[in-house]
Design a protein around this ligand. Structure first.
Ligand code: HEM
Length: 519
């Protein structure tokens, strides 16, 4: 009796009220998702009266997202074996076309390049790249065209690249010296992945900012750790990219992390620009920040060009240059360690052309034909950036199939470069396949596209090729390499870790022995 007469506790009432509210919110969200989905399917059905390419069966709402794992380029290659080189999948709500052969890639990157040269909406670039104001993720149009012209004419021209030649030589020499001192003298196992990525970061910072950034410079975690975080976050699949209406809810918490990181990065870039403004008159050689400040002041850009644009381009240059070159070098060295006879043959060529009395110079590179084949084969077997997305700006018909406006286009360079109809024994590392072949890596031959092709191809290609050739040649020329713990070459793993640059899953470890006569 006493229990019954007690008043209903206020706290319990509040809790009940909250619970009802949460339930109502969940139901409302589910209803909205259902309505959006039903509407989307209706639209899709209307559009699909025209034929889209074949593809696997998908699920409602998620489409084919469940078919993709940690390495989507490998999953797409497997699917293409069943469904063909022009395949339709739906990633969440986004219709996606996956291209897996050279002749189909040519249709998208040459014949209809003017239709497929845009980039899709990207949640990460909204925060990290000032609302897609950078070059890599900018939508196709006058803004992208002008930015690209500025970058190719002022930052990535042959003249500008050559102006950093002595800086590259010094940095490579420093790495060789440190490897020789730390590892060689004591037969210590070297973490080659870490050495290469550190060298690439230093060279990029010197070219872009005019100085190296040490670990304490950006945040207590360190410059390289923060850049790694940026790369990681930018490559993490974001539900907001596949279900645009989920972007605001930020179910994965990625947007919050992106905002924090972009704030920190922005402060860092602002500090660098301020330093450059203060020290401009005393400088003889110009890094990228100086060049961009000149452009800003001259007013030569054909659009409003302010600090935000400088920061977006600096962001691009860091992200595009650091990881890609280091990853390419890491993979080529992996294959050389797995194929000691190729390593020996390359060392022989280096002995003939350079001799054992000095290190390799950039001017030697054009005489090193076998090196060229080794680099081409490494880039073929390990596509560094296998799935950079494009977007259709208009409806288009390719190979009699309908590609709808807004569709995402993924040219799977990994699949194209492993196509058995073009490349005999595609899984094998065989530099000799390029003997007597005129196949080039600069985007002219669609079976080998490490730098893409067409309007959105890599503007840093020339620089990338020099860096990769120089560092591979130097490491092979200066040292003999041995795998640790008696590991056999065939036991060295080739597991991949998909990202902005698809690198090795595990660091590459090896023991160097110095082999030049000037020890
Ligand atoms: C081995 C090194 C490199 C590789 C394998 C590589 C590969 C690529 C690929 C595959 C693309 C996309 C092509 C497409 O969308 O179809 C790309 C775009 C790009 N790369 Fe590179 N890259 C390398 C080095 C560099 C360097 C050193 C820079 C600059 C310093 C750079 C700057 C860029 C930029 C800005 C874009 C975007 C271009 C645009 O969307 O208009 N890359 N790269």
């Amino acid at each position: 009796m006493i229990e019954i007469s007690r008043p209903f506790p206020l706290e319990l009432f509040q809790k009940l009220k909250e619970l009802v509210l949460v339930m109502a919110l969940i139901w409302a969200t589910l209803v909205v998702i259902f309505i959006v989905y039903a509407f989307y399917e209706l639209l899709n059905n209307i559009q699909n009266r025209t034929r889209h390419p074949p593809g696997p069966k998908g699920f409602p709402i998620i489409g084919h997202l469940h078919l993709l794992g940690k390495n989507p380029h490998q999953d797409f290659l497997k699917l293409a074996k069943t469904h063909g080189p022009l395949m339709y999948v739906r990633l969440g709500l986004v219709p996606t076309i996956v291209v897996s052969s050279a002749d189909t890639a040519e249709k998208f990157l040459k014949t209809y390049d003017h239709i497929f040269a845009s980039r899709p909406y990207n949640e990460a670039a909204q925060y990290l790249a000032y609302g897609q104001k950078n070059l890599i993720t900018a939508k196709y149009g006058p803004y992208w065209r002008n930015m690209r012209k500025l970058c190719t004419q002022h930052l990535l021209s042959n003249q500008k690249i050559n102006s950093f030649q002595s800086m590259r030589r010094q940095q490579v020499e420093l790495m060789i010296k440190s490897l020789k001192n730390e590892a060689c003298d004591h037969r210590v196992v070297a973490d080659l992945s870490a050495k290469i990525s550190s060298l690439s970061a230093d060279m990029t910072c010197l070219m872009v900012f005019g100085k190296k950034y040490m670990d304490e410079d950006l945040d207590k975690r360190g410059f390289k750790a923060v850049v790694n975080d940026v790369e990681h976050l930018a490559a993490t699949p974001n539900l907001g990219d596949f279900f645009p209406f989920l972007g605001v809810i930020d179910l994965q918490g990625l947007t919050r992390q992106l905002k924090d990181l972009s704030k920190m990065f922005d402060e860092f870039l602002e500090k660098i620009i301020d330093e450059h403004v203060q020290s401009r008159d005393q400088k003889q050689s110009k890094d990228f920040v100086d060049t961009m400040l000149d452009i800003m002041q001259s007013g030569e850009a054909e659009f409003q060009f302010d600090r935000r644009h400088i920061k977006a381009i600096l962001f691009d240059m860091l992200i595009a240059a650091m990881g890609t070159s280091a990853t390419a070098i890491e993979w080529i060295l992996t294959e050389l360690l797995r194929h000691p006879h190729v390593m020996k043959k390359l060392q022989k060529e280096l002995e003939q052309v350079v001799g054992l009395e000095r290190m390799v110079k950039e001017s030697d590179l054009e005489k090193l034909n076998y090196l060229d084949m080794v680099v081409k084969e490494g880039l073929r077997l390990h596509a560094v950036a296998p799935l950079i997305p494009h977007e259709a700006m208009e409806d288009c018909v390719v190979n009699s199939f309908h590609i709808q406006k807004g569709a995402r286009i993924l040219i799977n360079f990994y699949a194209v470069q492993r196509d058995p109809d073009i490349w005999p024994e595609p899984e094998k590392f065989l530099p000799e396949r390029f003997v007597g072949s005129s196949i080039d890596i600069r985007g002219r031959d669609f079976q080998l596209l490490p730098f893409g092709s067409g309007r959105r191809s890599c503007p840093g290609m020339q620089l990338g090729i020099i860096i990769v050739q120089l560092i591979v040649a130097q490491l092979v020329h200066c040292f003999d390499w041995e795998l640790p713990n008696g590991m056999q070459p065939c036991d060295l793993d080739v597991e991949e870790n998909f990202g902005l640059a698809t690198s090795r899953e595990n660091p590459l470890m090896a023991i160097p022995t110095y082999r030049l006569n000037n020890a």
